[in-house]
Design a protein around this ligand. Structure first.
Ligand code: TRP
Ligand code: ZN
Length: 884
């Protein structure tokens, strides 16, 4: 193609035509098509003239021909909605540039050039929250994955690494604080109340890690001294009134920095580390080099307004973004198919950090619960993909539980196979050998193989095969030998009908029924479709504990008696396995009830077994309350639905609530005394007090199901006595599910008490939208009309509609109205914020696994969305994949 012949017009787009173009299928980007970029861009200099509605940017790029790539006489600079105002090559204005769609094509005759391109943008009109946008009068950026191209024309791909110099100028009264990546090198005042700042980041980075913030902000400042004795200035930047709520974030940051030095040998590498909290944000937070930008939800906390869960979330996300400084920034990704290279590894790092800061087993149980309730359904549904995908239309759709959480599990298995010390040798080798590079998942695996001394040839299948493996387990016994017979199948997923067996590391222990002790935990690895393992020294058939600590992200299938599960729930010395036995007991019981295979007598026997296990947990003086709280959580409705080929959400809800009510009635006095004891514990941030708060609300949850009148009184009293958000939110959650006058009183009190605090008002929406109340659907419709509701703020949208997708009586209403509400939301939100809109397609993708009536209604809503004109790439891709 002769690009030089394309007429270059001042507005640059040769494709402009009179007739509206046919909507065309967005191209499929394939991993196999990766080619290195023909040009290197070692240095970038950005000059910003800032204004909320008009920002002018001049980008200066030094470019050299890339000797390792196929030569090309043009450079493609990605753009998204930009118009070039001026293009200069080596200081001379040129007009030989052209547009290819949104991209700017510039012919470059030589081997090295200086390229200058000026653009103008309107941040106040940027509702997608990608690129440079305005939020509450401040300006901020979000560039991952492809937002930088909404600011300036640039090779916006993660394998182009540059050092950045950034100069910003703007009105001082409006933007007193000017921040960017790296270190501040100069500041000054110009005329007419304009001031400027220059920042320099010495570390080469891809464009997705660029960040800029300009606004009226205040900082919580501290310092951290690194292991080699360098002093780092830390700043957490928020709006004026929020400063008092930043202490926990600061503590979490310091703990993260210290922990990464001690656990992974990673030291911070700049003189400054800044965090900025923004209230309009599409995700949790972003790891921009030296300037992390956070959703306010993961920064602001005090006892009055944040729950214990919020505190843990802040610690985890602060850690996550900080750890990206090495796993993501110093070593970045070659292309977006390698996303799990940084995200899977960094999630594992943040999980290990949180475990070390608190309770390791409780953290493990929480992480497995998320995996099972979010990632397992993804892996068994229409959007299933490997942790390293092969193709995409819109990369934002691949920031998934599979890439993040299953990605973390896969690396955790490597750690289990190697042991922590050898794994550390592997990660040291990875960081040393790829520092400053854009690497691949393959590079990571090779580094672990070399550094840790593992053979991961077959293990690589975990990167390429989607689907949750099923492992069937049979334990035979004869003479003094127990034989474990394991077999695996990996289910077919879209585009992958046939699977190969994968290495599955399973921690097992065999318990002696009489002593209640096992003979030592062992790691067995199932490599083949079927394999047997023998254990001698058992004159009686032992009790099997398998997949301890959840050593592999698989579904275990086996015949096991209630007696054995009750035994493990009482005796297993692995707290995770103990939890697992309790869950298994309940899952089996509810699934049997739902399949209609239990008569009244069998149902009563099942309940009694569960009741006895619960009574043991309630009465166990050795257990700490944080763990007791975990053991008392019933398996969730989505996880239960996952156990069935086709599910009836209403039936699942009814049986699960029925069991809760039975337990609440049967163990009424036990729950009441648990609540009373926990209520006497003073409010502090230590583990015992946190555990007390957790079991306190759990006791209310069971009592609300069994003895609602009594529970309503207790919940109202807990609400009135609350001196912290955990107790207050817990009490209100219980009341919101009940039909009692206290419900209205306390909801109103809560709203008035916290009116104006956006994060707490989000809770107020979420509590109502997730409630067990029979009228949740009407309530959500009314809340959508509430003056505080807006489609413009992603936290607010998520707080109303995400919890709603979990309600059997609302989202899954037999009329289909719940599905219609979500489809309407997607259609209304898509033009404003496609990234957030597309996230709501997932719950509608479950139709194949629902009973036929609801399946047809759900599918109908997907078809209605698909038929809408001008869908975003984000939503289009998710809807077409969901329809399959
Ligand atoms: N890299 C971020 C993280 O894992 C994720 C992220 C933040 C993101 N904002 C985004 C991804 C916007 C896509 C789009 O911490
Ligand atoms: Zn991340």
């Amino acid at each position: 193609m002769d690009i030089a012949r394309t007429p270059a017009t001042p507005d640059g787009n040769p494709q402009m035509a009179d007739a509206a173009p046919e909507p065309k299928e967005p191209p499929l980007i394939r991993r196999a098509d990766y080619r290195p970029f023909p040009w290197l861009v070692p240095e970038v200099s950005l000059d910003f003239r800032l204004g909320l509605a008009n920002t002018r940017v001049k980008a200066t790029l030094t470019v050299h021909r890339n000797a390792k790539a196929e030569p090309n006489p043009m450079i493609r600079l990605n753009g998204d909605g930009l118009t070039p105002l001026e293009v200069l090559v080596d200081g001379q204005p040129i007009n030989s540039w052209s547009m290819d769609g949104d991209d700017l094509m510039v012919p470059l005759p030589g081997d090295s050039h200086l390229l200058e391109v000026t653009t103008e943008i309107d941040p106040s009109a940027n509702s997608k929250l990608m690129g440079l946008y305005a939020s509450n009068g401040m300006l901020c950026t979000q560039c991952e994955a492809e937002g930088f191209r909404r600011i300036v024309f640039f090779p916006d791909r993660p394998d182009v690494l540059s050092t950045y110099k950034v100069r910003m100028e703007g009105p001082k009264d409006q933007f007193p604080v000017l921040l960017s990546n790296g270190n501040e090198v100069a500041t000054g005042e110009a005329d007419d109340g304009v001031h400027w700042a220059e920042w320099h980041d010495p570390w080469p980075k891809p464009s997705y890690l660029f960040a800029l913030v300009a606004g009226d902000l205040v900082a919580n400042r501290h310092t951290f001294t690194t292991m080699s004795g360098r002093k780092v200035d830390l700043g957490i930047w928020v709006r004026d009134g929020d400063l008092e709520r930043t202490d926990h974030a600061m503590q979490s940051l310091k703990h993260s920095m210290k922990w990464d030095e001690e656990t992974f040998g990673r030291e911070y590498d700049l003189d400054t580390f800044n965090i900025v909290a923004v209230s309009d944000f599409n995700m949790g937070a972003m790891e921009n080099k030296g300037l992390n930008i956070f959703n306010t939800k993961y920064v602001l906390a005090d006892t009055e307004t944040a729950t214990d869960g919020d505190y843990d979330g802040i610690e985890g996300v602060i850690g996550h973004e900080y750890f990206h400084n090495w796993s993501g920034d110093r070593v970045t990704c070659r292309d977006w198919f390698q996303l799990s290279l940084k995200e899977g590894f960094t999630v594992l790092r943040d999980q290990l950090f949180s475990a070390d800061m608190g309770s390791e087993p409780v953290k493990r149980i929480e992480d497995v619960r998320v995996l099972r309730s979010v990632q397992f359904p993804e892996d068994s549904g229409p959007l299933a993909h490997p942790i390293r995908p092969d193709s995409y239309q819109e990369i934002s759709n691949f920031y998934t539980a599979t890439v993040y959480n299953k990605g973390a599990e896969v690396i955790r298995m490597m750690r289990t196979l190697a042991g922590p010390e050898r794994f550390r040798k592997g990660t040291d080798h990875y960081f040393e050998s790829h520092d400053g590079e854009a690497a691949t998942c393959e590079d990571f695996i090779e580094a672990i193989e070399e550094g840790a001394g593992l053979d991961l040839k077959q293990f690589r299948l975990w990167y390429s095969q989607a689907g949750t493996p099923k492992v069937s387990v049979v334990l035979e016994h004869g003479g003094d030998t127990a034989t474990l017979i394991l077999s695996q199948t990996v289910p077919p997923t879209p585009g992958q009908p046939d699977k190969k067996p994968m290495p599955i590391p399973l921690k097992v222990a065999l318990f002696d029924r009489k002593t209640g002790k096992h003979h030592g935990e062992q790691l067995v690895t199932l490599n083949e479709a079927q394999q047997s393992f023998s254990f001698t020294g058992f004159t009686e058939p032992p009790v099997l504990s398998i997949n301890r600590t959840f050593s592999a992200p698989v579904a275990i299938e086996r015949e096991v008696s209630n007696d054995d599960l009750v035994f493990l729930a009482a005796h297993d010395d692995d707290p995770f396995a103990r939890y697992e036995a309790m869950q298994d007991l309940v899952v089996r019981h509810l699934c049997a009830l739902l399949s209609g295979s239990l008569d009244d007598k069998a149902r009563d026997a099942g309940r009694e077994a569960i009741g006895a296990a619960f009574a043991a947990v309630l009465g166990d003086g050795q257990l700490d309350d944080l763990m007791r709280g975990e053991l008392l959580i019933l398996p969730g409705e989505t996880y239960l639905a996952e156990q069935m080929l086709v599910a009836d959400p209403a039936a699942i809800r009814a049986e699960r609530e029925g069991l809760k009510a039975w337990l609440g009635t049967r163990l009424e006095s036990e729950f009441a005394s648990l609540h009373a004891g926990a209520s006497a514990v003073p409010t502090t941030r230590d583990a015992a007090a946190k555990g007390a708060r957790k079991v306190k609300t759990q006791a209310l949850v069971y009592l609300a199901a069994g003895v609602p009148g009594r529970a309503a009184e207790m919940a109202a009293a807990q609400y009135d006595a609350a001196d912290n958000m955990t107790d207050r939110q817990g009490a209100l959650m219980v009341l919101t599910g009940l039909q009692t006058p206290e419900r209205t009183h306390k909801l109103l009190d809560f709203y008035n008490r916290f009116r104006g605090n956006a994060l707490v008002i989000d809770k107020w929406f979420a509590l109502q939208a997730s409630s067990l109340h029979p009228s949740v659907l009407e309530q959500v419709k009314a809340l959508a009309e509430h003056p505080d509701f807006t489609l413009k703020n992603p936290n607010r949208v998520r707080s109303l509609y995400m919890p709603f997708t979990g309600t059997a009586q609302g989202f899954h209403a037999a009329s289909g109205e719940g599905y219609r509400i979500i489809a309407d939301l997607i259609l209304a939100l898509d033009p404003l914020n496609p990234q957030t809109a597309a996230r709501f397609v997932t719950p509608l993708g479950r139709w194949r696994r629902l009973e036929p009536g609801r399946a047809a209604l759900m599918r109908g809503e997907l078809e209605r969305i698909a038929a809408a004109p001008k869908l975003s790439r984000d939503t289009y891709e998710q809807v077409t994949r969901s329809l399959g």
